[in-house]
Design a protein around this ligand. Structure first.
Ligand code: ADP
Ligand code: MG
Ligand code: MG
Length: 205
């Protein structure tokens, strides 16, 4: 991927495709331990993002800022403000830089995680998207190499983090209303975080 605004726009188009392709899977996961809308919420949000990507900005940060505000105004539920905050913090971290570097990508992921945690107050083990994003950030920080290498490490760690939510009892969000009955199902938000990171990694490689 070209590591400028155009590259980020192209990556966001792939993300929107992946969300669309996994809409039903995310709905099914959310039906098990929530209200069944996660896939539709994200699909609505990223479809809106798609419509704003032409000339979305001259820098990666500017593009991500538009992604953030679009998600905040269209996704709804718990995930909308959380993903919106994550993209907004990542955008702010990237500032006005014209191009991405492996280091700035890792820093942006860290900023996104910090934003999600500041907003949702979830800790690792609460069975949320934080369980996918936290190991992803750690892996990104530990990986040296290209942007594609950093994002692949993050996506691999997020996949494992999402898988590891299966036995957990939810302590945040709607799934927490189920108590012990939330165990045995993957958290939909952790799964969507892993899908987003995989889409970024694939776009970068
Ligand atoms: P809603 O639960 O309001 O219908 P969604 O279904 O779109 O919203 O999103 C649910 C996901 O949001 C959960 O699977 C979980 O990953 C995430 N989530 C919920 N509450 C929190 C929180 N406080 N912190 C982090 N993530 C959360
Ligand atoms: Mg839901
Ligand atoms: Mg809902």
């Amino acid at each position: 991927m070209t590591c400028n605004a155009e590259g980020v726009i192209a990556a966001m188009r792939s993300v929107a495709q992946v969300v669309e392709a996994h809409r039903d899977e995310l709905v099914t996961l959310d039906r098990e331990i929530g209200d069944g809308d996660h896939g539709e919420n994200l699909k609505r949000g990223f479809t809106a993002v798609l419509s704003k990507l032409d000339n979305a900005g001259d820098t990666p940060g500017a593009v991500l800022k538009i992604v953030a505000s679009t998600l905040i105004s269209t996704v709804g539920g718990a995930a909308g403000p959380l993903y919106g905050t994550g993209f907004l913090r990542a955008a702010a971290k990237l500032g006005t830089a014209e191009t991405l570097t492996p280091e700035s990508v890792a820093d942006a992921l860290q900023a996104a995680l910090d934003g999600v945690v500041a907003r949702g107050k979830a800790e690792v083990g609460d069975k949320t998207m934080v369980d996918a994003l936290t190991p992803a950030v750690a892996a990104a920080r530990e990986t040296s190499g290209s942007i594609a290498d950093v994002l692949k490490a993050a996506a691999d760690a997020a996949d494992k983090g999402a898988q590891d939510t299966v036995p957990l009892v939810a302590r945040k969000g709607r799934a927490s209303y189920l108590g012990e009955r939330s165990a045995g199902h993957m958290d939909p938000g952790a799964r969507s975080t892993a899908l987003l990171l995989r889409a970024f990694a694939d776009a970068a490689s």
